[in-house]
Design a protein around this ligand. Structure first.
Ligand code: FNR
Length: 186
């Protein structure tokens, strides 16, 4: 088994300053196993995708795509907006999906999400999974990390306080490490 560090890029689909999804990624940084590092990439510099502005690619897009290319895996924390993913996340995936050499093609991806609703991003995650398969990414199947009623799961400092959610998140990160070793060994 390789002892090399598994470098994971974390993407929050929310641009909100106090985002629960960004907080979920911070929890992933804290709970990652020793052989894994998680770094969060900010989607806010990305412009709205525009097919007439792909040549040359905007610098922020070049940098975003490079971060994905360099990563061994991607961890996406998706909010749920109107029963689907946020426009910011779809926009980022659209930029990343473009040729040549989409950095998402063949990339192991784990997904999770937090919402204030009762379904905990279930519908958004189903859509996200479908989109990821379409762009050639390799989404991990289980465990599913769905944080419902997020305002109760995080404390006032934005720390994931819910022990059940923390345990599922730990399992997800271990499963992602195994998934990388299986489908895209370093
Ligand atoms: C929401 N929210 C929401 N929640 C949910 O569970 N299902 C939904 O369909 C929606 N729809 C929705 C649409 C829009 C436009 C907004 C702004 C919000 C509430 C959402 O879960 C809540 O705002 C979360 O806090 C968003 O995630 P972040 O920003 O905290 O990461």
């Amino acid at each position: 088994m390789s002892l090399a560090t598994i470098c994971v890029v974390g993407i929050s689909g929310s641009l909100r300053k106090g985002s629960y999804n960004t907080a979920l990624l911070r929890a992933a940084m804290e709970l990652a196993p020793p052989e894994m590092s998680v770094e969060i990439v900010d989607l806010s510099p990305l412009p709205i995708f525009h097919p007439d502005r792909e040549h040359p690619l905007p610098q922020s897009v070049v940098e975003f795509r490079a971060r994905l290319t360099q990563a061994d895996a991607v961890l996406i924390a998706t909010p749920e907006y109107n029963a689907s993913i946020s426009s910011a996340l779809k926009n980022a995936i659209d930029w990343a999906s473009r040729p040549p050499q989409s950095p998402l093609n063949g990339k192991p991806v784990a997904i999770m999400g937090a919402s204030t609703g009762l379904f905990g991003t279930l519908r958004a995650q189903l859509h996200l999974r479908q989109i990821l398969v379409h762009v050639g990414a390799l989404p991990l199947g289980k465990p599913e990390v769905l944080v419902a009623r997020a305002e109760q799961a995080f404390d006032s400092n934005g720390r994931l306080a819910d022990e059940t959610a923390r345990s599922f998140l730990r399992e997800l990160l271990l499963a992602l490490a195994d998934w990388v070793r299986k489908v895209a060994p370093i």
